[in-house]
Write a protein that binds this ligand. Structure first.
Ligand code: SAM
Length: 178
């Protein structure tokens, strides 16, 4: 059976997963504060790792991603959900430390963001899927479709249009490369 880890599980842990959270008043099976130490699991322990609305809360995004990468097995997946930096919710929650873009995880990809190989980290991920939701009006007008179906359009949108045609939430699925 696939071993699933739900990090920052909150009160509604993913069914069948081992839940981790820093807050004991959650559905967590394991209490762990990611900014204060490592996850209490061996390397290569999990087939699937979920971090839904977690990454924007942590102090060190790179260190947290490296921990998720460490406990995932090669070929396993990491599923991340986080607000786009143009979403009001990204700024409303005072515990959000980070405001991320569709390219924030490119530092983990082969080739990096600007061609700098392993600039911040040696942990490697391969993007399997990246989906961004936009505010409802823009979705109804077809912008969400365009942003998700043409990479060049997504770049154009994020560089020139995104503070008007605002984003909502981003979903990433990565394959763990070791
Ligand atoms: C916005 S909630 C999301 C909960 C759940 N994943 C969901 O989508 O409903 C963020 C969760 O991450 C936990 N969290 C935030 N920072 C953390 C950290 N540094 N280490 C461990 N858990 C953390 C919080 O306690 C909280 O339960």
């Amino acid at each position: 059976m696939a071993q699933v880890l739900d990090v920052g599980c909150g009160p509604s842990k993913y069914p069948g997963a081992i839940g981790v959270d820093m807050n004991a008043r959650t559905a967590a099976d394991v209490i762990c504060h990611l900014d204060r130490g490592r996850l209490p699991f061996e390397d290569n322990s999990f087939d699937e790792i979920r971090a839904v609305h977690l990454i924007e809360h942590v102090e060190d995004v790179i260190a947290t991603m490296e921990e998720l990468h460490r406990v995932a097995r090669a070929g396993g997946t990491i599923f991340i959900v986080t607000p786009h930096y143009t979403d009001l919710a990204s700024y409303t929650d005072p515990t959000h430390r980070r405001h991320l873009s569709t390219e924030s995880f490119h530092y983990f990809y082969a080739g990096g963001l600007h061609g700098e190989e392993m600039w911040y980290t040696r942990a490697r991920l391969r993007e399997l899927r990246m989906h961004i939701k936009l505010l409802r009006l823009w979705r109804l007008l077809g912008f969400e479709f365009l942003v998700n179906h043409a990479r060049w359009f997504r770049r154009f949108w994020e560089y020139y249009l995104s503070f008007v045609i605002r984003g909502k939430v981003m979903e990433f699925t990565f394959e763990v490369v070791k």
